[in-house]
Structure formats: C-alpha cells, structure tokens
Design a protein around this ligand. Structure first.
Ligand code: ZN
Ligand code: ZN
Length: 155
C-alpha cells in the first residue's frame, strides 16, 4: 500500500470521528510508515525533530494512537513499559523474539501459531480480534553485544 492510500484511510477515519484534519497528522503518518522496525512514540518524535518537522510531542502521541485504531500501525508491547508501533500495512503477520540481554528484536512467521489461535478461539467460543505472542531469551553468543560487556563496565 502506498502512502496515498494510507492518507485516504486516515482522512476517512478522522472525518468519521469528528477529529481535526491537520497537516501535522499526515506528517506523523508518513514518518511512521517510513520508520524501519519497532518504535516508541518518543523515537518517532525525536526523529521528526531531527528532520526539522514542527510537530509537538502530544501530536505525535495521539496521532500514533489514531493510526493504530485505523489499522495502519500495530501496537506492540515487548515487556518494557513502552508501547511500540510498527507498520501494519506492508508486512504480513509475524511474531517476535526479544533478546533480554541486548534488546534486539527478531521477527519470525509460523502459520501454526495463527492456526492454533483460531482453534482456541473457536473452542472457547471467542470471536478473534487479535493476539500477542512474544518469545524472550538470549540471542546467540556471537552476535549478542550484551554478552561482551563485563559487570565492571559502565553500561
Ligand atoms: Zn515486527
Ligand atoms: Zn542479544
């Protein structure tokens, strides 16, 4: 999906909810769609500031919420106290491995998980709306920078 289509979805959503249609919201949308990987609201805010966009932190925060509500972004929680977002429209369904040592996030996709989720839903009589599946562990020794620092080092 290109940005134009995404703009259309956001415009419709804003109109329906009687939200104001401001150019800042579309700047946030473009920056969010272009952001590689999984980002927190502050990551995006800082990136936009560095690129000289004139947006407030509050606008970034509440626009990201709106983008998640209209399914242009998906919210992720990797066990930290921050919500992360990622582009939902260009990626197929996937899940995550999180390294508890260095914080690296890897993506994988296995159809069996979705199948299992659907089975559980129908068995329990639930209408599916979403699921969350994260694996926490340590990535392989060679590639994990978290393994290189000793306890005496400053962070
Ligand atoms: Zn992901
Ligand atoms: Zn690691």
């Amino acid at each position: 999906m290109d940005h134009k289509k995404a703009h259309g979805i956001l415009t419709e959503y804003l109109k329906k909810g009687n939200n104001r249609i401001t150019p800042e919201r579309f700047q946030v949308l473009d920056a969010a769609l272009d952001y590689e990987g999984h980002f927190g609201a502050d990551d995006l805010y800082i990136k936009m500031k560095n690129e000289n966009y004139n947006v407030s932190r509050a606008t970034v925060y509440n626009t990201l919420e709106l983008l998640a509500k209209c399914h242009l972004l998906i919210k992720r929680n990797f066990g930290e106290n921050i919500t992360r977002y990622e582009n939902e429209i260009e990626k197929k369904n996937h899940d995550h491995l999180i390294c508890i040592s260095c914080g690296k996030i890897k993506e994988f996709s296995d159809q069996r998980i979705k199948t299992l989720v659907n089975e559980i839903c129908s068995k329990m009589g639930y209408e599916y709306s979403g699921y969350s599946f994260n694996i926490f562990g340590k990535c392989s020794k060679e590639e994990c920078p978290g393994n290189k620092k000793s306890d005496n080092n400053e962070n």
